[in-house]
Design a protein around this ligand. Sequence first.
Ligand SMILES: [Zn+2]
Length: 194
Amino acid sequence: MSEPAGKLPGRDAAYRLVRSRRRTLSLEIRPDGEVIVRAPARLPMREVERFLVSRGEWLDRHLSAPRPAPRLVSAQEQQAMRREAALLMPPLVARYAAALGARPARVRITSAQKRLGSCNAKGVVCISWRLMASPGDIVAYVAAHEAAHLKHLNHSPAFYRALSGLMPDHARRAKALRRLPHVVPEPIQKTGGS
Ligand SMILES: [Zn+2]
């Protein structure tokens, strides 16, 4: 049984409610962007709404606008970005970490395409050189996010409290980050020939 679309609480997007004999609520975003909420047949609407509010962050993450076309960078630009990352990121991550009473074991510069920053249980923070194509507030956001992972290796409420302490507007920056183009090396030009 599918009901006409309702409005997602607090946003300019609709969802489709599908009620059935299931016992739990679930949320799905179709590849075309349609949001589907599956709910038990007689669950009151306010429970459905409460569920949607509780999934706000997940929705933010998945409903972001499609990314623009990738930004191509030459081999030289790539090298310059690597150098810049190696100079800038270790002290920046260390500074945010220090504010939380933590310290990275090491800050490594990687080539990761999608995870511009990551952190492991050994305290090694990895930052992709591709992050250097981002505006400064985004670079700082990734540094603060990974620094907060040195204290909390998850995305728990405690992690977000630590991150908010470092950067009160982190959610805005995270959203902006998801809208930046991917940074992709230019295809290597064949040299020589006629
Ligand atoms: Zn994270």
